[in-house]
Design a protein around this ligand. Structure first.
Ligand SMILES: Cc1cc2nc3c(=O)[nH]c(=O)nc-3n(C[C@H](O)[C@H](O)[C@H](O)COP(=O)(O)OP(=O)(O)OC[C@H]3O[C@@H](n4cnc5c(N)ncnc54)[C@H](O)[C@@H]3O)c2cc1C
Length: 374
């Protein structure tokens, strides 16, 4: 459906994570009225638990829609972050620390050298560093490391601050942010919804509704008769009080990410344990081992905090973005798994385009909720 007058359009968004907040930002920038309902606080779930790396994962190396959407979001990041920081007054602590993907075994050297060439050909300048150059750059790194693919320009952000910056930039343009407000049902009959009910009362007269409720989206879609799997994928992480390294380091079993305030994150597990959002001694011990293998000095470093978050998954590990086939005016944006912080700008832009203009810059078929309908 194409709306002739975006100004009068009212969109209710469920979920105040990075995805719902980015959607609120792009919709208000396009002239729509956005009401964002979040049952807890902004970035209270996965979006506040992430490492904040903006690096397309390995599987984005294969040509296809996943690579396209990762690169499209990366291209949007710097300008949109500058804009939301300015409009919200919130600093997202964007660090251009660069990333070292390290070879801990001889067999990974050729693979990572090829990766460095591929990245460079695709616009992300990456060079291979031999062991000697690497120890000069990061003296604390284990001497067992054989070399690394180094991309100097890669960014990392504070994911909770990015979420709040999107949400408050939207608020500055008139969005209605309602935290502590849980969507409990839908108003209307037939193929259209006309609003939502919440624990604090109804929100009527909506032109459309966007479900961006992370792994809880599946249960909300089920109320509308739709089957959209969004399985939770737990991730655990540790923050050390340490300034041992200056670059993000991606090893064979995990990563280390330097953050503002003298913290160093070590992450992350990927576990299928339902909605049990808690840390476990075994996984934390595994993270500490991984960190100490990469940087032996971390064995003595003080742990500042440990936490777990539930990433929204999907059966094919692709995000789910598009209109729900069962309804004319309900849209979904979830299933971003390990890449929701990276993919937030493009998701916000595409959902906003779909609702306001009835078209999108890139095809959404590969990500459509309809792929689960059968
Ligand atoms: C340990 C870890 C490390 C990660 N590292 C990275 C990384 O480096 N880079 C990257 O790109 N991604 C990373 N991710 C993934 C990223 O965090 C997620 O993909 C992203 O945060 C998902 O955002 P979201 O808004 O879809 O979901 P969420 O953050 O879960 O937000 C959904 C919101 O909906 C709310 N909600 C649920 N039900 C209702 C309801 N009925 N009514 C109202 N509100 C509701 C919830 O309270 C929640 O706040 C990481 C994740 C984890 C756990």
């Amino acid at each position: 459906m194409v709306y002739q007058s975006a100004k009068r359009m009212k969109v209710v968004i469920a979920g105040g994570g990075v995805i719902g907040s980015a959607i609120a930002f792009y919709l208000t920038a396009a002239g729509a009225d956005a009401v964002l309902v979040e049952r807890g606080e902004l970035a209270g779930e996965a979006s506040g638990a992430a490492a904040g790396l903006l690096v397309p994962p390995d599987r984005a190396a294969a040509p296809g829609p996943f690579r396209d959407i990762c690169l499209a979001s990366l291209a949007l990041y710097r300008p949109v972050i500058e804009r939301v920081q300015r409009e919200s007054g919130i600093d997202v602590q964007c660090l251009g620390a660069g990333i070292l993907i390290v070879a801990q075994t001889e067999s990974r050297v050729a693979l990572l050298q090829a990766h460095a060439r591929w990245q460079t050909e695709h616009g992300v300048p990456t060079r291979w560093l031999k062991r000697a150059e690497l120890s000069e750059l990061e003296p604390a790194l284990s001497p067992q490391v054989h070399g690394a693919a180094f991309s100097e320009g890669e960014l990392n952000v504070d994911p909770g601050q990015v979420t709040r910056a999107f949400a408050f930039a939207a608020k500055a343009r008139g969005a209605d942010l309602r935290t502590g407000t849980m969507l409990t049902g839908f108003l209307g009959r037939g193929s259209r919804v006309t609003g939502v009910s919440t624990n604090l009362g109804d929100i009527p007269d909506a032109d459309c509704v966007v479900l961006a409720a992370g792994p809880w989206t599946e249960a909300l879609a089920r109320r509308l008769g739709a089957k959209v799997p969004t399985p939770p994928r737990r991730g655990q992480m540790i923050a050390y009080r340490a300034d041992a390294v200056r670059h993000a380091i991606w090893g064979e079993d995990g990563y280390l990410v330097p953050k503002a305030g003298g913290l160093l994150y070590a992450g992350a597990t990927v576990e299928d344990v339902g909605f049990r959002k808690r840390t476990t001694p075994r996984a934390l011990a595994g993270l500490r081992r991984m960190a100490a293998v990469l940087v032996p000095g971390l064995r003595r470093a003080q742990v500042a905090s440990e936490w777990a978050g539930l990433r929204p998954g999907s059966p094919d590990d692709l995000p789910t973005i598009g209109r729900l086939p069962e309804k004319d005016n309900v849209y979904l944006a979830t299933g971003h798994f390990r890449n929701g912080i990276l993919l937030a700008p493009i998701t916000g832009k595409l959902i906003s385009q779909l609702i306001v203009e009835g078209r999108t810059d890139m095809p959404l078929e590969p990500f459509s909720p309809a792929r689960f309908a059968a």
